[in-house]
Each structure stands twice: as C-alpha cells, then as structure tokens.
Design a protein around this ligand. Structure first.
Ligand SMILES: O=C(CCC1CCCC1)NO
Ligand SMILES: [Zn+2]
Length: 369
C-alpha cells in the first residue's frame, strides 16, 4: 500500500493568538491569556510522532502548493477571498468572520497552502501515484462557508479539493465522510444541492455549530438525499461510531458508488479532547479507517484522501492520527500508551440511545442511487 503524506512547517506558523480559541483575555472577567485551542502543537506533535515512530519511512512525502485564486473561487466568493487577503496584510492579521477564527499577518498564504495541500493529496491519489493519502494541514476547513470563515476554519480545504477533482481531474462522484466531532456544515453547504457529492457527517449532537447537523438535514433540490447527518449523543465511544460506520457510512458509499472517497479527519471525538465529550480511542480511529478502506477498495480502487480538521488534545491527537496513518499505510500498530487510561473510561460499547440515533438515519441509505 502506498500512502501519500502532506505536511509543511508553515502550517505551524498559522498564528491564532492567545484568545483561548473562544474567549479573549479579560482580567475583569478572570480570563487569563492562553494559547488558542486551535494551535500548532497538536499538529506538530502528530507529525513528530509519525517521524519518531518510523512510519514516515513508509510514506510518500507530497509537497503542498498554494491553492490558486481560481481553485478557491470554486467554493468561496471573490469578496470573501479578497477580505481575507487584505486582512492578512495587516500586522495583526484578521479573522475569518465569526470572531473565533483569528489569523496573523500572512495568514492568507498559509490558508492557501492548507487548501493546496489537500489538492496535492487528491492529485496524487487520483493520478495513482499513491493508493491513499493524508494531508496534515492547518488551518482546518470543514466549517468555512462560501462567504464566511468560522469555527477556526478559513477556506473549505476539502470542498476546494473536491471541486478540483471534478473540474480539473474529471472525477464525477465523490463521497465525503466527516468524522470530526463537530458538524461538517461548510462541506455540506458547498454541495447542498449537488447529487454528485455525497456528504456524511458523524458528529456529537448539536455541539457546534449550534442547531446544525440534525438528522433532518438531507440536502436540497437535486441534492436532497445526498447529505446524511448522524448526530451522536455525548459519550459515544468506539463501538457507537463503528455502528454508525457499519449501518450508515459503508452502506451509503456502497449504494452511491463514488469514484473517490474524501475524509474530513478531525480527532476531537477522542476520549481526551477538551472541546467535546466523545470517547473514541486510537483503536476506534484505526477500525473506522479500516472499514472505510474496505468499502473504498470495493467501490473506487481504494482511492481515499484525508484532510486534517480539528482535534485539541496535544497528548492524544498524535496517537489517534498515527493509528489512522498506520491503517492507511498497512503498517503495524505502534502501541498507544494511553490505551489503559482511555479504555478505562468505560462507555466504549454501543449503547441503546446511540443505536437509536443511528437507526433513524440508516433508512435514508435506500434513497441513494
Ligand atoms: O474543531 C472545531 C472547532 C470547534 C469550536 C469552534 C468554536 C467552538 C467550538 N471544528 O471542527
Ligand atoms: Zn472539530
């Protein structure tokens, strides 16, 4: 198995400041300055574990290039692109627009490199240079919509790469799986009315964005039925996610018969994440990846490209990310030293209320053609 890998040191220079990701420092309110939740550490530590574990020697390194304006404008508006580019020229940078998504001077260039990194991964997979690929990019993208950056996301990296695959590479049908713990609203919106792209989001129910990602959100117009949402209850662990994968994701991909599978790969559903309350372990992420690889092999010669999204535990994201990369590369598992801790959290098994949520969505698979 040949696995492509995108990472660039510049992703670590995306400056999200010290407003703790959500709340600016405010002594009167008792708010102390601290590093933003979406900071370089988790991604840099994941990269370093990939190197130190030796997995790097089994990967094909792919160089990211900056996404062009034309590529970005397939998803975003001209006005939005121009605003980000102009704020990026300011000494203190700017914000995607929701006040939670700061960037420093030069942030536009880093964000175009992130989108370009996912494009490079897709190019390598579609050309057959590699069987599958992982783009460890920053800033993330799955919340960004056409004219607004939000939820730490500036450009919709994966959606931009999907449109590139269709319009530049001739790929027709694309299945997107989003296992970041937050709803992939931006990716869903980009393809809302388009039946050529199936979007499937597994997320913790209503954690972010607010009132987003309900079971009833299924796409609009010609795209109705081509968006699936599984809003899992808090406390869902490995086998709840696996049940969603087996009952919804795999059957939907099998019915949709894509030419390419893309994954919005966040690790904030992990048992040690500060921004959500799920219980997925590194072993859970490995199993999810293996299931996806099997149905991708069955439908589109195993073509999978993954785009890094959220994940905020500096100690556990590295081991979750390594497990996914090992599965993609068919490499042996590097032991997860946190396994005794996280499996001790209980809640790993499928629970009836989690099963009930998934069972509300699985009938929608029959509507896919
Ligand atoms: O990881 C993320 C960012 C979520 C935060 C954005 C503001 C509050 C929660 N999205 O996938
Ligand atoms: Zn997230």
């Amino acid at each position: 198995m040949t696995t492509g890998y995108v990472y660039h040191e510049l992703f670590g220079w995306h400056d999200t400041g010290t407003n703790v990701g959500l709340l600016p420092a405010d002594p009167a309110a008792g708010l102390q300055p601290f590093v933003h939740f979406e900071n370089a550490e988790t991604k840099r530590r994941m990269h370093e574990l990939i190197v130190v574990s030796g997995l790097i020697d089994r990967l094909e390194r792919i160089r990211p290039v900056h996404a062009s304006e034309e590529q970005i404008l397939r998803v975003h508006t001209e006005a939005y692109l121009e605003r980000i580019r102009s704020e990026s020229r300011l000494p203190k940078g700017g914000d995607g627009g929701d006040g939670f998504t700061p960037f420093g001077q030069g942030g536009y260039q880093i964000a175009t490199l992130a989108a370009g990194g996912v494009i490079a991964a897709v190019d390598a997979v579609v050309s057959g240079a590699v069987d599958n690929a992982y783009a460890l990019v920053r800033p993330p993208g799955h919340h960004a919509v056409a004219d607004l950056g939000m939820g730490f996301c500036l450009f919709s990296n994966l959606a931009i790469a999907a449109r590139h695959a269709q319009q530049a590479l001739g790929v027709e049908r694309i299945a997107v799986v989003d296992w970041d713990v937050h709803h992939g609203n931006g990716t869903q919106a980009a393809f809302e009315d388009d039946p050529s792209v199936l979007t499937i989001s597994l997320h913790q129910d209503n954690v972010f964005p607010p009132n987003s990602g309900s079971v009833e959100e299924r796409g609009t117009g010609a795209g109705h039925g081509y968006a699936l949402n599984v809003p899992l209850p808090p406390g869902t662990g490995d086998y709840g996610y696996l049940y969603a994968m087996d009952q919804v994701v795999v059957p939907a991909i099998r019915a949709f018969q894509p030419d390419l599978v893309l994954v919005a790969s966040g690790f904030d559903a992990s048992a040690m994440d500060p921004l959500a309350r799920q219980l997925v372990t590194s072993e859970g992420y490995r199993m999810l990846t293996e299931r996806l690889m099997a149905v991708a092999e069955e439908t589109c010669d195993g073509r999978i490209a993954m785009s890094h999204e959220g994940g905020y535990s500096p100690v556990y994201v590295p081991f979750c990310g390594l497990a996914v990369m090992e599965a993609l590369a068919g490499a042996p598992a590097f032991p997860d030293p946190y396994a005794p801790i996280v499996t001790g959290f209980a809640g790993r098994d499928l629970q009836p209320h989690q099963q009930a949520t998934v069972d509300r969505v699985s009938p929608f698979v029959a509507d896919l053609t």
